[in-house]
Write a protein that binds this ligand. Structure first.
Ligand code: PRX
Length: 658
C-alpha cells in the first residue's frame, strides 16, 4: 500500500521540482527573533549548527524545560526511554496549570488579556489571566464537590467559547483527564468516545452560533448520554439561554454550581508523567484511537515550539484560528500560549460570515500580529478574492502559519502576498495529534520554499526512510522520528498493543508517522500525504473505515468503500462506493438519506460528497477492500495489475460509475 503511494509520489515530485522559489525572512525579524537570541546565548551561528547541536535531545529539552517550566519538585532525570515507552522529566512533581495560570498570578501577566473572545453575533469580551484563574478555580472546586478527582475522565463537548479552555484547565487542575470531543461530531460519535474512556462527567453548553443559526448541543449530549451509562453528571454552560431538555439530578447549570465556589483552588501536585488528556483521532481500522498526552513533556513541547516558531513576544496578539476540538486548538490556543502568557483571539463562528471579510476585519480590529490557519481556509479565502483582505489595514501582521495538510504553492503565494503583504514568513508546520506539537517547521531564520514544512524542529530526529528502513534523500519514503520527543503520545487509551503495532512495528524503535515524504537536496521535507487510507478533509483526519461502518449501519447498505479524491478547496473530498442490499433500488433520495445518515452517525464533516451505487467493490482474495485500486480508477490514474483481485470486473464498474 505505502509502496504504491510512494511510486505515485515520485510522479508528484516532478511537479514540485519546478517549485524553485526561495523566500528569505525579513532581516530584522530574523535578527530579533527568540530563536536567534537563544542561539547567541549558546554561541550557535547558523541554522545548520543549531539543528546539529540539538540532536543531543536530552541536553536540548532540559534547556527548554529549565527555561519554560516550573516544577513543584525538580525532576531527577530528563528521559527514561524504554522503546516505545518514554517518560520525560522523571521524578518531577508538576501540573501544567501551574505554568499556564498559577505562576502568572505573581507577575504582570496577571492583568494581561489571555483571551479576546469574539462571538459570531459580534460581541467582544476580554478575559485576563486573573479572570481565567478565578473561573478555572471555581469550576475546579465545583467538580471536586461532585466527586471528580485525579485520573477521572471528563468529556468536554463544547464549541469555541472561552469556557472550553476554562473547563480543560479545571480538569487538569484537579488531576482529572479531559477528553474534548469536537462540537461538530454527532451524538453517536460522542457516545463512542465517552464510552471508550468510561467518562464520569460531561460538560457541554445549551446552544452556540454558527452561520447565523443556533446549533443545539445539549440535545445531542442527551442522546449520547442515553448510550453512555458511566456519565454521572452533565454540567451545562448557558451560551444562548434558549430552552434545553433537562434531567433533574444529573444535569447541572454551570453558573449555578460555580456561583458560591471560592476563586481559589489548590492545584493537584502530579507526577510529571501523569496524563493530561485523551484526544480521539482516526486510524485506518476500527474505532478512533484515544491518543494520550502527559503533563510536563507536552507543556515544554508546546511552549518551546510556539515561542520559537511563531516568535511570540510580550505584545503580540496571537490568533490560532483552529477549533479547540482538534489538537491544534489544544496545543496552540490553550496550553502553549497560556504557558507563555500570550494574548489570543478566540472566535466562535464561521469564517467569512456574515461577510467575506470577517477574518480580515478581525485582524484589523484586534491588531492580530500572528495568524495560524489551514490551507483549506486559505484556499477558501483565495476563492473569495483578494479584494477582501485588501480592504483592511493588516499591517500589524508579522508572521503567518499553516497546518493540517500540505499547502499547495499557489495558496502559499496568495497567503504570502495578499495577507502577509510580501512581508510575513509563512510557517508551514507539520505535526499530528500524536506528536502533540510542531515537529517539522520553519523558524523565523529559515529560508522558505513554498509548499514545504522545511526542517525538523531542534531536538526532533525526523528522517525519511525507504522500505528497507534506510535514510534517503531525493525520493519519496516514510516519514519517521528516530528518537523520542517530549510531547509524544503516551500510548493509546487502554490499548498498548495497538500503539505498538500502528506506530512502532514497521521500523525498530522508530516512530512511523504514516506520511509519505521526500527530503530534497537541501534537507527540506516535502510532505505528500498519508501512506494509508486515512483521509484528510479540510485539514481534519477522517478514517475511511469509520465512514464505511456508518454507511453499512444503514439497513439498506450491504457494503461500502470510501476513498479521498483531490478537491481544490478541501484538499480531499469523500467519495463513497456503496453496494445495496438485495432488492433495494438505487435512487437520489437514497443517496441523500445515506449522506444524512453519515451525518448522524459521525458528524457533518464526514458526509460523503459523492455516493455511487455499484454491485461490488474490488477486493483481494482474502476479502480486503482495495481502496488504492478504487481510488486510481475513480480519479483516472493507472490502476496497475488487478490479477490478484477476487473480482476484477468490479474495477470496471467503478470506472463506469464515473
Ligand atoms: O498527513 C499529515 C497532515 O495531517 C496529519 C495529522 O492530522 P491530525 O492528527 O488531525 O493533526 C492535524 C493538525 C496537527 C499528518 O499526518 N498534516 C498536518 N500538518 C501538515 C500535514 N501535511 C502536510 N503539511 C503540514 N504542515
Amino acid at each position: 500500500m505505502a509502496e504504491e503511494k510512494i511510486v505515485k509520489e515520485k510522479e508528484d515530485i516532478q511537479v514540485l521540482l519546478t517549485e524553485k522559489r526561495v523566500f528569505e525572512p525579513p532581516a530584522d525579524l530574523a535578527a530579533n527573533s527568540n530563536v536567534k537570541a537563544w542561539m547567541d546565548k549558546h554561541g550557535i551561528k547558523t541554522l545548520d549548527e543549531l539543528l546539529e547541536k540539538t540532536q543531543d535531545i536530552e541536553w536540548f529539552w532540559k534547556e527548554m524545560a529549565d527555561e519554560l517550566l516550573d516544577f513543584y519538585k525538580p525532576y531527577d532525570k530528563v528521559l527514561d526511554w524504554d522503546a516505545p515507552w518514554a517518560k520525560w522529566f522523571v521524578g518531577g512533581e508538576y501540573n501544567i496549570v501551574h505554568d499556564a495560570l498559577d505562576k502568572h498570578m505573581k507577575t504582570a501577566v496577571k492583568d494581561k488579556v489571555c483571551f479576546r473572545f469574539e462571538g459570531e453575533p459580534g460581541e467582544i469580551k476580554e478575559w485576563t489571566y486573573a479572570d481565567m484563574y478565578r473561573e478555572v478555580n471555581k469550576l475546579a472546586n465545583a467538580m471536586r464537590k461532585l466527586g471528580v478527582g485525579k485520573g477521572d475522565r471528563v468529556g468536554l463537548y463544547m464549541p469555541m467559547l472561552v469556557e472550553l479552555p476554562v473547563a480543560m484547565l479545571a480538569c487538569a487542575k484537579i488531576g482529572a483527564i479531559h477528553s474534548v470531543v469536537f462540537s461538530g461530531f454527532s451524538a453517536t460519535a460522542l457516545a463512542e468516545r465517552l464510552n471508550d474512556c468510561d467518562t464520569k462527567l460531561l460538560i457541554t453548553c445549551d446552544h452556540f452560533w454558527r452561520r447565523g443559526n443556533k446549533v443545539a448541543l445539549k440535545p445531542q449530549a442527551d442522546d449520547a448520554m442515553k448510550l453512555s451509562p458511566t456519565v454521572e453528571h452533565c454540567i451545562v454552560y448557558k451560551r444562548t439561554g434558549d430552552e434545553v431538555p433537562w434531567t433533574e439530578g444529573r444535569d447541572l447549570w454551570w453558573h449555578e454550581i460555580t456561583a458560591d465556589q471560592p476563586g481559589e483552588c489548590e492545584t493537584e501536585k502530579l507526577d510529571a508523567n501523569d496524563l493530561l488528556y485523551i484526544l480521539y483521532t482516526s486510524g485506518t481500522t476500527g474505532h478512533p484511537k484515544g491518543i494520550q498526552h502527559a503533563h510536563a513533556g507536552y507543556a515544554v513541547g508546546t511552549a518551546a515550539t510556539l515561542k520559537w516558531v511563531f516568535d511570540l513576544k510580550e505584545d503580540d496578539v496571537w490568533w490560532c484560528a483552529a477549533d479547540i476540538g482538534w489538537v491544534t486548538g489544544h496545543s496552540y490556543i490553550v496550553y502553549g500560549p497560556m504557558i507563555l502568557g500570550a494574548t489570543s483571539v478566540l472566535y466562535e463562528g464561521a469564517p467569512a460570515f456574515p461577510e467575506a471579510d470577517r477574518w480580515w476585519d478581525m485582524i484589523e480590529k484586534h491588531k492580530v500580529s500572528v495568524l495560524y490557519t489551514s490551507p483549506t481556509a486559505v484556499r477558501a479565502h483565495m476563492r473569495l478574492g483578494e479584494d477582501h483582505p485588501n480592504k483592511h489595514d493588516m499591517k500589524t501582521l508579522r508572521l503567518l502559519g499553516s497546518v493540517g495538510e500540505p499547502i499547495n504553492p499557489e495558496a502559499w503565494m496568495w497567503y504570502h502576498k495578499f495577507v502577509g503583504k510580501d512581508n510575513c514568513p509563512i510557517m508551514d508546520t507539520w505535526w499530528q495529534t500524536e506528536t502533540g506539537h510542531f515537529m517539522i517547521t520553519p523558524l523565523p531564520i529559515t529560508s522558505l520554499k513554498p509548499g514545504t514544512a522545511t526542517h525538523p524542529f531542534p531536538g526532533i530526529a525526523a528522517k525519511v526512510y525507504n522500505e528497507e528502513g534506510e535514510p534517503i534523500t531525493g525520493a519519496g519514503g516514510h516519514l519517521v522520528i528516530e528518537k523520542p520527543w517530549p510531547g509524544m503520545l503516551r500510548g493509546l487509551y487502554k490499548n498498548p498493543d495497538r500503539y505498538k503495532d500502528v506506530y512502532w512495528s514497521r521500523f525498530k524503535d522508530t516512530y512511523l508517522a504514516g506520511d509519505v515524504t521526500r527530503m530534497d537536496e537541501d534537507g527540506y521535507f516535502w510532505i505528500q500525504g498519508r501512506a494509508d487510507d486515512v483521509l484528510n478533509v479540510a485539514g481534519h483526519r477522517i478514517g475511511n473505515s469509520e465512514v464505511e461502518s456508518a454507511l453499512v449501519s444503514h439497513p439498506k447498505v450491504a457494503e461500502s468503500a470510501v476513498i479521498g479524491k483531490p478537491h481544490e478547496l478541501k484538499g480531499e473530498s469523500l467519495c463513497a462506493f456503496v453496494v445495496l442490499m438485495q432488492g433495494v433500488e438505487p435512487s437520489d433520495e437514497l443517496r441523500a438519506e445515506l449522506r444524512e445518515h453519515v451525518g448522524v452517525e459521525i458528524g457533518k464533516i464526514a458526509r460523503p460528497d459523492e455516493i455511487w451505487f455499484v454491485h461490488d467493490v474490488p477486493k483481494t482474495r482474502s476479502g480486503k477492500i482495495m481502496r488504492r485500486v478504487i481510488r486510481a480508477k475513480a480519479v483516472g490514474e493507472k490502476v496497475g495489475d488487478t490479477s490478484t483481485l477476487a473480482n476484477p470486473e468490479a474495477v470496471e464498474e467503478i470506472g463506469k460509475a464515473h
